[in-house]
Write a protein that binds this ligand. Structure first.
Ligand SMILES: CC(C)(COP(=O)(O)OP(=O)(O)OC[C@H]1O[C@@H](n2cnc3c(N)ncnc32)[C@H](O)[C@@H]1OP(=O)(O)O)[C@@H](O)C(=O)NCCC(=O)NCCS
Length: 203
């Protein structure tokens, strides 16, 4: 992300940007069934298994190797240090087990709606169908609007990702077809290029 865009976002959110010096430690959030917390070293092998599962990666670029999965965790932790928020590790409170991530992130590409803050999610398939992504995403939205004072939070995915779109709709985001866009990471002929954008303004 360009520094000017980072500054604009930091001004909008009130969070300090730059090298991350002096940032508050990443917040933890508890919901009825979940804990959104910083990442632990023990999460990494579980996350790698999740990222190697073709069901999880069906609408994403490709399954990840252990090294690629660990590099993603490194980037998530760097994002927390830079912005003070990020993609939290999601733990099921009762079982104390890591289930994936849900949280807020600043997209690194440029598009008609950037700079912005995105809400995103990725859970292991054994934890799908129980409302966990929706529950965690609601908490992330509340954090973004109440603690970061964001004016808007967006989310995007390929049009075919109905499960992800279901979360967006359950958390009250709305979709305008005129906002749909070609993701700059993909060639226009790639099946993952065309994305739908959902928005939620602060109430
Ligand atoms: C996207 C993803 C997180 C959605 O998971 P999900 O389980 O469908 O979503 P939720 O956790 O919100 O659960 C909703 C489902 O649980 C059901 N449910 C059960 N109890 C519920 C509760 N207490 N509250 C809400 N929903 C509940 C809902 O009816 C819904 O079921 P349905 O799919 O049959 O309609 C998951 O599919 C995933 O990780 N996919 C791979 C990664 C990915 O594509 N990420 C997005 C990239 S943009």
């Amino acid at each position: 992300m360009r520094r000017s865009a980072r500054v604009a976002l930091a001004c909008r959110t009130g969070w300090k940007c730059g090298k991350g010096d002096g940032l508050p430690s990443p917040p933890e959030i508890e919901t009825a069934r979940l804990r959104l917390r910083p990442w632990h070293a023990e999460d990494r092998p579980v996350f790698a298994t999740l990222n190697a599962d073709p069901r999880v990666m069906e609408h994403l670029h490709a399954v990840l190797s252990r090294r690629e999965s660990d590099a993603l965790v490194d980037r998530i932790e760097a994002h927390f240090r830079l912005h003070g928020f990020g993609l939290w590790a999601v733990e099921l409170r009762e079982a104390a087990c890591f289930a994936g991530f849900v949280g807020l992130s600043v997209p690194r590409f440029e598009a008609h709606f950037t700079p912005c803050v995105e809400v995103g999610w990725r859970l292991a398939p054994e934890h799908w169908g129980q409302g966990f992504a929706t529950e965690a995403a609601m908490a992330a939205l509340a954090f973004g609007f109440e603690q970061l004072a964001l004016g808007e939070i967006v989310s995007f995915t390929v049009a075919a990702n109905q499960r992800s779109r279901g979360v967006m709709e359950r958390i009250g985001m709305t979709h305008e077809p005129a906002d749909d866009f070609d993701h700059p990471m993909f060639d226009t002929s790639h099946r993952l290029c065309r994305h739908v954008l959902y928005r939620k303004p602060r109430a």
